[in-house]
Design a protein around this ligand. Structure first.
Ligand SMILES: NC(=O)c1ccc[n+]([C@@H]2O[C@H](COP(=O)([O-])OP(=O)(O)OC[C@H]3O[C@@H](n4cnc5c(N)ncnc54)[C@H](O)[C@@H]3O)[C@@H](O)[C@H]2O)c1
Ligand SMILES: O=P([O-])([O-])O[C@@H]1[C@@H](O)[C@H](O)[C@@H](O)[C@H](O)[C@@H]1O
Length: 540
């Protein structure tokens, strides 16, 4: 697919200045109320102006767990693509790519061409996004291995590519990290030799100093801290400790043992003005962290990369339920032999993962009261076994049994083998690229109001995680296609483009079809400027 040289929306509702894109957008929703058996439906619109800053700046990524399978694979992928390194395999010469990344390898439908065919562009063509080649990478790990040694240990990257990356990755050494054996499996202890010593508050200060050092040395405008370290046990959330920013700060200074390493990293990142993203399942982002992020005007997002088995589950269950078929039994089994699997072989760490892998069907089940009584759920079992021999090549086996017409049953059996880190690394990129972009998006009602950033809990990234965090009280959406549509339509809204409906009426309504074929459909002007004045005002 040829890269689109530049994308320009010609509309009275869009204004481009050197620094910003201003979009006048009518946000539409429908209020539904039910009383007894009477349902009333009332569409409504909210007029918004959306402003997107066009300049990206210098972006840094700091990975917690940099030396892990995901961290080393992500780094290898960035370098292989940046330097366009090809390598030889038994199947011939390979070129680098970003398959699995929605920003780099997926497309968004923009509209139709004159013949009525759908027109798609790469997601990264829609709005200014940081290019993966321009990312500056750093991070921490409790293991002292440099990134070349980590890549070899991970056994994910092809041998010939490893040889071509080794020299540069050997210069990358994870900073000492925060280790608390109470939060990850005891079997990780032998790696834990690259540590920040001292109290939890002293560790917090050191992480902040590390971030400052990274920012200053590389003259960075934005830093995103992404946790891809081992899964921790859930922390026991306690009032007076985790519930407010003030209590969390006090508890940290008091060296409270129930504050996890990941929460310390999150606080340090936020206090340095960084976005913090949790790629693991534990409950790092407690209320005190969210409150801190809100005060600092930065994003937090998570939890747990949605990479393979769970991503498929959030498609299959959505398909079954929306087809009026009733999933009644879901069994997800997998075994893997990487260090993640080793850590997850411990009960408390597995429990964290079991929670995020199990809750992913809740919204889809609750969407269909025809199939499910209130509170009724499918049987749902998650099994993860550690089998060292298979390494990063996770073997996933799923069975979905559904009730169908007249109480028949339908059973879907799925087998999925993949290098887990090759699925996760592109998601890490997308989390960084999209978080950075959405940090440049601001919204206001009109010129009489102040600009507002998006909510500190960045639920727009839900497509990329198993257990999406949302603003307190907001519904959690796990269905993959709804998550994707929400993201695509948010990006379209930044260009004053209405949500994609896929209705194709120009092929379904005869006179519209005639308009299309005669060219009359596009002869007129764009829709009237609903609120052109705000676009003009936005430029002030
Ligand atoms: N497909 C996937 O690989 C996938 C999908 C979803 C979630 N995850 C999650 O991503 C995380 C990383 O997965 P992985 O396969 O890279 O695991 P990994 O064990 O290879 O890497 C984790 C790294 O974190 C380091 N570490 C542990 N505790 C640390 C701490 N407190 N501070 C800094 N570093 C620390 C370890 O030394 C290790 O190098 C895990 O929590 C996993 O559950 C992975
Ligand atoms: O593929 P997916 O379900 O999205 O997620 C994966 C699990 O299946 C796997 O068991 C676990 O080790 C990985 O960390 C990851 O969470």
């Amino acid at each position: 697919m040829n890269k689109v040289s530049s994308l320009q929306v010609i509309s009275p509702n869009v204004k481009y200045t050197e620094d910003h894109i201003y979009a006048d957008y009518e946000y539409e929703e429908t209020l539904v109320t039910k009383k007894d058996n009477a349902i009333t439906v009332k569409p409504y619109q909210t007029s918004l102006c959306i402003r997107t800053a066009r300049k990206v700046g210098r972006v840094g990524v700091m990975l917690v767990g940099w030396g892990g399978n995901n961290g080393s694979t992500f780094t290898a992928a960035v370098l292989a693509n940046k330097h366009q390194i090809s390598w030889n395999t038994k199947n011939g010469k390979m070129e680098p790519n970003w398959y699995g990344s929605i920003t780099q390898a997926s497309t968004v439908r923009l509209g139709i061409d004159e013949k009525g065919n759908d027109f798609y562009v790469g997601m990264s063509e829609l709005l200014p996004m940081v290019h993966p080649d321009d990312l500056v990478i750093d991070g921490w790990d409790i293991s002292p291995l440099n990134l070349a040694e980590s890549m070899v240990r991970a056994k994910v990257i092809d041998y010939d590519l490893q040889q071509k990356l080794k020299k540069e990755m050997a210069t990358m050494k994870p900073r000492p990290a925060i280790y608390d054996p109470d939060f990850i499996a005891a079997n990780q202890a032998d790696r834990a030799t690259n540590l920040i010593r001292g109290t939890r508050y002293e560790q917090y200060l050191q992480v902040r100093a590390d971030i400052k050092d990274f920012r200053d040395k590389n003259k960075l405008d934005r830093i995103i801290v992404l946790w891809t370290a081992n899964t921790e046990r859930f922390c026991d959330v306690r009032p007076g400790i985790h519930d407010t920013a003030e209590n969390l700060e006090r508890a940290l200074r008091n060296n409270e043992s129930e504050i996890s390493p990941s929460t310390i990293f999150a606080l340090a990142a936020i206090d340095e003005g960084c976005y913090y993203i949790n790629g693991s399942p534990q409950n790092t982002i407690v209320d005190g962290v969210v409150e801190r992020a809100e005060k600092m005007g930065v994003f937090v997002a998570g939890d747990d990369f949605k990479s393979g088995q769970t991503k498929l589950k959030s498609v299959l269950v959505d398909f079954l339920v929306s087809a009026g078929l009733k999933p009644v039994s879901i069994v997800s089994y997998n075994h893997l032999g990487n260090n993640d699997g080793k850590n997850l072989s411990a009960p408390k760490q597995f429990r964290s993962k079991e929670i995020t892998k199990s809750n992913v069907v809740d919204d889809m089940v609750e969407s269909n009261p025809i199939l499910y009584k209130p509170g009724e759920k499918p049987d749902h079992v998650v099994v993860i076994k550690y089998v060292p021999y298979v390494g990063d090549s996770k073997r996933a086996m799923d069975e979905y049994t559904s009730e169908i017409l007249l109480h028949g049953t339908n059973t879907l059996a799925v087998h999925n083998t993949c290098e887990d880190s090759l699925l996760a690394a592109p998601l890490m990129l997308d989390l960084v690229v999209l978080a950075e972009l959405l940090g440049r998006v601001h919204v206001r009602r009109d010129h009489t109001h102040e600009w507002s950033g998006l909510h500190a809990v960045l639920s727009a990234l839900s497509y990329l995680v198993k257990a999406p965090l949302a603003a307190r009280g907001a519904p959690v959406v796990n269905a993959l296609f709804k998550q994707r549509a929400a993201l695509d339509n948010l990006l379209r809204a930044c260009l004053a483009l209405r949500p994609a409906t896929h209705m194709q009426l120009e092929h379904k309504v005869p006179f519209l079809r005639s308009d299309l074929q005669s060219g009359a459909m596009f002869a007129g002007d764009a829709p009237p400027a609903k609120r052109q004045r705000h676009a003009q005002n936005g430029a002030q």
